[in-house]
Design a protein around this ligand. Structure first.
Ligand SMILES: Nc1nc2c(ncn2[C@@H]2O[C@H](COP(=O)(O)OP(=O)(O)OP(=O)(O)O)[C@@H](O)[C@H]2O)c(=O)[nH]1
Ligand SMILES: [Mg+2]
Length: 476
């Protein structure tokens, strides 16, 4: 590592604030080892080798012992940040930990900003930007699938793809620009057909990566799943059944749930952010009316909508229209129509609505598939709950599942950059097809190169780095 720069030292508590067996304080920077040595009674840390651990005491300037600790020394460049680093493991009390940190700060070290250690690691070339972002994703991961996706990115697999794309564009740009240099001589260096093939294949590969984003986003953030339906349909009962606790109040009274209720639930490694809502109905009750408004709002931002219809009640035309309305409004959003209280089903619950309406002379066209249930369940008896879980996952991921080794684009920042790069490549292809001169091609190719460079961090701005690293916790 030859591009390491050591900045003024920073320190922060790297473990969560709270009582625990141990806490870790991280100190990194050009005089980190010397400054910690000044408040450490034990081995002279300035003489300690890299990756060695030393028992000692942290002592205030007035000689008061703060705690017995273990200090691990990492010497530049072999540390997380690339700088000289000391990690101090102390007893995990809130006050003890804070006093150890304070003592270190009193030696003339400043507190680290959120993500500053990782930012230094990036600036010192220890991590690419997409890898640094994966560190935050890993910390925030709430499901095993999110952990897997973060690991793939942390291992640099996204970076590898991006570097390959960039290299191909650099080669293409070089061909085009070389030709421009010799424009007077009418020399053709770039084989147009070869160049076109290269750009088309790049376009396809970027599109392939972009295709993983929808799944990647759901894997990383969780599937926002909204249960809607009429009062008493069994929405809260289903939420409680899935999460396995009495999270939401359930009663036989219609209109029990007034506000939206959230609960996290994982299925086969995928996080679902379940949202139970107030049953939909016209009401004069101010509180309930506000609840119904919130149900609608939750519905609008859902990744998966589950409409619950009580099978113990006859289907009325108004609900039939309501279901059709929802199916229309969800558009592309995955939707499941689920019949509930299967154990209490009545013959005219809507299951056979097509036939039922036929008897009354209403045309097939109007009712066609409007009330075809995806599933019928009894949350109370546990009937078909396994099938529902499976259907929720399949519908949310559009039947696409990925294993732990799949590379997924999980960040909207990366998606945006890939989309822009792709647009530039498409422009370059049409410039080629229209027989435009190389300088047009070169502009498009360079723009694509720049977009891809922002993913790995070859191209950055201060604002971009600030917005990325402010997502981190202090001490990371
Ligand atoms: N027999 C039977 N009863 C059920 C089932 N699911 C829910 N119930 C009952 O139906 C009633 C209403 O259930 P809730 O879960 O509160 O219904 P909800 O859709 O949340 O109702 P609101 O909050 O009023 O919108 C309760 O008495 C539940 O015990 C089921 O599968 N079978
Ligand atoms: Mg409820």
């Amino acid at each position: 590592m030859n591009n390491i720069s050591q900045h003024p030292s920073i320190a922060a508590i790297a473990t969560p604030i709270g009582e625990g067996g141990l806490a870790v304080i991280r100190v990194s920077g050009k005089d980190a080892i010397q400054k910690v040595r000044d408040c450490f009674r034990g081995k002279n840390l300035e003489e300690a080798g890299s990756h060695t651990v030393h028992f000692g005491r942290i002592v205030k300037k007035d000689g008061r012992v703060v705690d017995e600790v273990l200090a691990t020394v990492f010497r530049s460049p072999k540390s997380y940040t690339g700088e000289d680093t000391v990690e101090i493991s102390c007893h995990g009390g809130v006050l003890v930990t804070q006093t150890v940190l304070e003592t270190i700060l009193e030696m003339g070290i400043r507190s680290a900003e959120p993500g500053e250690f990782t930012q230094r690691a990036f600036l010192n070339g220890k991590l690419e930007l997409s890898q640094a972002e994966a560190v935050a994703d890993l910390i925030h991961a709430k499901s095993m699938k999110a952990v897997d996706a973060a690991h793939q990115q942390l291992e640099g697999r996204l970076g590898e793809h991006i570097r390959t794309f960039r290299q191909q564009i650099i080669d293409a740009t070089a061909m085009v620009e070389l030709e421009l240099d010799f424009i007077e001589e009418d020399v053709e260096f770039a084989n147009k057909e070869q160049l076109r093939e290269l750009l088309i294949s790049l376009n396809r590969e970027i599109a392939g990566l972009l295709d993983t984003y929808e799944t990647g986003r759901l894997v990383k953030d969780g599937v926002k799943t909204v249960f809607i339906g009429r009062p008493n349909a069994g929405k809260s009962t289903l939420l409680n059944t899935l999460v396995g606790t009495d999270r939401a109040i359930v009663t036989h009274i219609a209109g029990t749930t007034r506000d939206t209720i959230d609960a996290d639930w994982s299925y086969e490694g995928l996080l679902f952010k379940l949202i139970d809502t107030a049953g939909l109905r016209e009401t004069d009750d101010l509180i309930e009316a506000e609840g119904v408004k919130r149900s609608q709002k939750a519905f609008e931002s859902a990744d998966l909508v589950v409409y619950l219809k009580d099978l113990s009640r006859p289907l009325v035309e108004a609900e039939c229209a309501e279901i059709a309305g929802f199916q229309k409004r969800v558009g592309e959003t995955p939707f499941l129509l689920v019949g509930t209280k299967l154990d209490l089903r009545t013959p005219d619950s809507g299951e056979d609505i097509v036939n039922h309406l036929d008897v009354h002379g209403i045309s097939h066209q109007k009712t066609n598939e409007r009330i075809r249930f995806d599933l019928k369940i009894s949350a109370l008896k546990g009937e078909n709950i396994g099938a529902l879980k499976k259907a929720m996952k399949q519908r949310a991921l559009d039947n696409k599942d990925y294993d732990a080794s799949s590379l997924l684009v999980t960040s909207s920042r990366h998606r945006d950059a890939l989309q822009k790069a792709r647009i530039n490549i498409k422009h370059a292809i049409s410039a080629l097809d229209q027989g435009l001169t190389g300088d047009f091609l070169s502009i498009d190719l360079r723009a694509a190169l720049k977009e891809l460079g922002t993913i790995t961090g070859e191209i950055t701005t201060e604002d971009l780095l600030d917005s990325i690293f402010s997502r981190f916790c202090i001490g990371k």
